[in-house]
Design a protein around this ligand. Structure first.
Ligand SMILES: Cc1cc2nc3c(=O)[nH]c(=O)nc-3n(C[C@H](O)[C@H](O)[C@H](O)COP(=O)(O)OP(=O)(O)OC[C@H]3O[C@@H](n4cnc5c(N)ncnc54)[C@H](O)[C@@H]3O)c2cc1C
Length: 599
């Protein structure tokens, strides 16, 4: 195996994976995509599980993806000296200020195998904690052409950045402002991932009309995914954009405003702010991005105090109050949210038991074989797993103190957290078709067939899978943001079908799980490569002779390579994987080769 690949597999994604691409463009802005990378200046623990922008890699994958690629054609580049070559540490990343004094504009300089890579994005802006945290997608990331002359590293950087105009920092795409002559009103329902991505894209696409985001929350949009990994995070620390950003681009936000009715045919939204009177808003286009409502249990005792769900920072703060050493915590639900909650509680020293209908954790998303590996991990970490189990009733007077299972066993509880999935938050919607769970049924352009001015994105969106044509609804952060962007373009009449491959990440007991693709029906047809018991492996989910999805544990570069190869239809045949003709190392190499060919 080539040494560079060995290094990649051992050390995470490095510029080596994407070297041919990083070299290619002098200034390309790629749309955001989650990337694992190692950032210098943090402890190993802080680095662990941290997702941030490995800008070269981001650019590499996104370059190939025309749908998601946004090129920034730079009429004017300025050659900027970034420092002496030997002052950049090997395999490290350093932020370098490039604007005039007092300006905050910076680039990242990565040195790897004596080559230099210069990219636009900040490594991270979220609160650094010992818990795995990730950045939500923000600006696209640019890579710049680099040259070392007489021992000094130079990069060709767009003049507007290099001159510190501060208008578009860190590779952010240009954004229009409100044009008073443009009387169009676009309403965005919800203040989460999908809605923010849509608002930003509308301005990036030059929309000058009114953008009104109506959200129940008092916070500005934030990274919701942090809260199952860190109950104590604050929404402002994980906010995606600062308050002045919304002002600058005239994105109006109505906080603590609940949409009570959406009349899709009449193109009108009714909402209430706090306990105020109902108000109405006529719109030209509406995006429903109201996310999910955690499912509740309806067994006896379900309304006792001490039974929680987790969706908002307030929910997390409430759970955190009880998450103390020795407290007896019961988690109901064996999928992502439940398992992440169990992991976080356990790492806080709680006694944790998980009750789930599945036989093993993640059974419905990763299948039995991989799930069994997670069951072992739970055992090792001291979490009790009650599989194939159901809650008969919650015990307690006013406050829950135990959970009785269908088989009569009673588990003592100081607190219960139910992580049993979500239902689309769409009760207020009328005039368009909803699926049996309440998902808004849309076509490939993410709008309703009956009311084409109504769009949906994120957890509420039931859309046709590009592979099978059947309707799916996927609750992943990345899907929500990608759909927000695509919906925004289609709200402006651009024709962009939604075709992105679903991507998901999670982190349990410092094991990074990545999942690319969609394969709920073929979870038993899995090929495992690597060490299942050592929790370092790749699992390929297959149908006939095709790979439909790939999950990796602690092999992030492989999941990223597979996602890209799947998108390009370049994954190997199942027979090749089974015979060992192709493996993860070869897939990494295959992506490099493809990129080199097209460079
Ligand atoms: C704790 C947690 C951890 C997660 N971790 C991961 C992870 O690690 N990886 C991953 O890929 N995904 C993860 N997810 C899933 C991911 O966060 C969601 O898929 C994503 O947030 C969906 O985005 P959205 O914009 O559709 O909805 P949301 O982000 O939920 O936003 C919906 C917004 O609509 C508002 N709203 C709802 N109803 C109304 C109404 N009637 N009127 C006005 N406003 C309304 C809400 O207040 C909210 O602001 C996690 C989810 C949770 C809850």
């Amino acid at each position: 195996m080539p040494q560079s690949l060995l290094r990649v597999l051992r050390g995470g994604l490095t510029p080596a994976v994407v070297r041919p691409l990083a070299r290619r463009a002098s200034a390309v802005v790629a749309e955001p995509l989650w990337k694992p990378c190692t950032v210098t200046g943090r402890s190993a623990e802080q680095q662990h599980g941290h997702w941030c922008w490995a800008a070269g890699a981001v650019a590499a994958l996104a370059l190939a993806e025309s749908q998601r690629r946004q090129s920034l054609s730079c009429s004017s580049l300025k050659r900027v000296a970034l420092g002496k070559a030997d002052e950049f540490q090997e395999s490290a990343t350093r932020e370098v200020a490039i604007g005039p004094e007092g300006d905050q504009t910076t680039v990242l300089v990565h040195r790897y195998a004596d080559k230099y890579y210069v990219t636009s994005e900040q490594a991270s802006s979220t609160k650094q904690t010992s818990h795995p945290a990730r950045d939500p997608s923000k600006d696209g990331t640019a890579t710049y052409k680099v040259e070392v002359v007489d021992g000094v590293v130079f990069a060709d950087i767009p003049s507007e950045l290099a001159d510190g105009a501060g208008k578009r920092k860190k590779g952010q795409r240009a954004m229009a402002k409100r044009d008073p002559k443009d009387s169009r009103v676009f309403a965005l329902i919800g203040g989460g991932a999908a809605s923010l991505a849509a608002a930003e894209t509308l301005r990036q696409e030059g929309f000058g009309g009114r953008i009104l985001m109506i959200t129940k929350e008092k916070h500005l949009p934030y990274d919701r995914t942090v809260f199952s990994k860190d109950f104590d995070a604050s929404p402002s620390d994980v906010g995606i954009r600062p308050a002045d950003w919304y002002q600058k681009y005239d994105i109006e936000i109505l906080h603590e405003a609940t949409v009570t009715k959406l009349d899709a045919k009449g193109q009108e939204v009714a909402y209430k702010i706090g306990t105020g009177k109902e108000q109405t808003l006529a719109y030209d286009r509406v995006l429903v991005a109201s996310g999910g409502l955690p499912r509740k249990l309806f067994c006896p005792g379900a309304t006792l105090k001490g039974i929680h769900t987790l969706r908002t920072p307030e929910d997390a703060a409430e759970i955190s109050k009880y998450a103390k050493k020795g407290q007896k915590m019961i988690v109901v639900g064996g999928s992502f949210i439940g398992m992440e909650i169990a992991s976080t509680l356990r790492q806080k020293g709680c006694d944790v038991a998980v009750i789930a209908m599945e036989t093993v954790p993640f059974e419905r998303v990763l299948g039995k074989k991989v799930g069994a590996a997670f069951a072992r991990l739970l055992r090792t970490e001291g979490v009790q797993w009650y599989g194939s189990a159901q809650v008969r009733h919650f015990r307690g007077n006013d406050v829950v103190n135990g959970v009785e299972l269908e088989d009569g066993e009673v588990l003592p509880a100081d607190l219960v957290v139910v992580g049993a999935g979500v239902l689309p938050n769409t009760r207020f919607v009328s005039g368009t078709s909803l699926d049996k769970n309440g998902g808004i049924v849309v076509g490939p352009l993410l709008n309703s067939e009956a009311c084409p001015t109504l769009f949906a994105a994120g957890d509420v969106c039931t859309y046709p899978s590009v592979r099978t044509g059947t309707n799916v609804r996927i609750e992943h952060w990345d899907v929500a943001t990608q759909q927000g962007r695509v919906a925004a373009r289609n709200m402006l009449g651009k024709y962009q079908p939604f075709t992105a491959l679903p991507l998901f990440w999670s982190c349990l007991f410092k094991k990074n799980l990545r999942f690319a693709g969609y394969a709920p029906d073929v979870l038993d047809r899995v090929i495992i490569e690597g060490d299942l018991s050592g929790m370092e492996f790749v699992s390929y989910y297959t149908e006939d002779d095709e790979v439909r999805a790939v999950a990796t544990i602690n092999k992030d570069p492989v999941s990223i390579a597979c996602a890209e190869l799947m998108r390009r239809n370049k994954m190997p045949k199942v027979s090749e994987l089974m015979l060992g003709i192709v493996n993860a190392d070869i897939l990494l190499q295959r992506l490099q080769d493809l990129e080199a060919e097209s460079a």
